[in-house]
Write a protein that binds this ligand. Structure first.
Ligand code: ATP
Ligand code: MG
Length: 231
């Protein structure tokens, strides 16, 4: 479904991704892991077209999307929940969802309802300003907003970062349910190995802008994999 082929990505003169390749099969959940600063967020930004690639190619659902604008990629079915839950803090939860509804052609009132079904905790918070929600609630709102566009593939950048264990579990269950019930493909950046072990069909481990290891869930148990993840 998603093929990233040997991409180079740089911030100005500082190159961050070096000939990175990966594939995500339709309906599968692939976990991207690796230490801080290895380029995980940069990879998702390149897939979304938030950052240009210097060379290489990105293909999604049979389309060459390498040079497409971000909104064109969203229209093709890519959904992105960036790191650090970016919501509109001055708007209510309801308004945050409405903004997406108005901005995207595929979104409907039903897709807002469906997104709220995935994160039922948000239903009781619809009139609250997003800026006053807890980190975990904001993360759920950020993911719900992405769902309103009805993506066929979700890119989630550390949805559990800085969130208390009980809420992590809620987020994990929501991802699991979504993946299982709707068959949406997921590319999940996640540092929390236990969660990856429960959710991932496949994983890739990045180091210094390259994929240094990849495999199926069972390979995650391997001690050499753990070593690549310890600081
Ligand atoms: N806007 C930017 N300008 C210049 N360098 C950047 C920029 N954003 C990130 N970098 C650098 O690119 C490298 C990769 O950053 P990136 O955010 O992709 O890492 P990451 O794997 O997502 O880390 P984390 O686990 O901390 O989220 C880092 O060395 C970082 O300092
Ligand atoms: Mg990151």
């Amino acid at each position: 479904m998603l093929t990233v082929e040997s991409i180079d990505v740089a911030y100005g003169r500082a190159q961050v991704l070096f000939g990175l390749s990966l594939t995500v099969a339709p309906g599968s959940l692939t976990c991207v892991m690796g230490r801080n600063g290895v380029g995980k967020t940069t990879l998702l930004k390149a897939v979304m077209g938030v950052l240009p690639v210097r060379s290489g190619r990105v293909e999604f659902d049979g389309h060459d999307i390498t040079r497409l604008k971000t909104y064109e990629r969203v229209r093709l079915g890519l959904g992105y929940a960036p790191q650090g839950h970016d919501t509109f803090p001055q708007l209510t939860v309801w308004e945050n969802l409405q903004v997406v509804l108005e901005a995207s052609p595929k979104a409907t009132k039903e897709s807002v309802d469906e997104a709220l079904d995935v994160f039922p905790a948000l239903r009781g918070l619809l009139r609250n300003k997003a800026g006053f929600l807890s980190g975990g609630q904001q993360q759920q709102l950020s993911m719900a907003r992405t769902l309103v566009t009805r993506p066929s593939m979700l890119l989630l950048d550390e949805p559990t970062e800085g969130i208390q264990p009980s809420v992590i579990l809620e987020i994990e269950e929501a991802i699991e349910r979504l993946h299982r019930e709707t068959g949406v493909a997921v590319l999940l950046v996640e540092q929390y190995l236990d969660l990856a072990l429960r959710l991932a069909d496949n994983f890739v481990i990045m180091d210094a802008g390259e994929v240094v290891r990849s495999g199926g869930r069972e390979d995650l148990q391997d001690p050499s994999v753990r070593q690549l993840l310890t600081v």
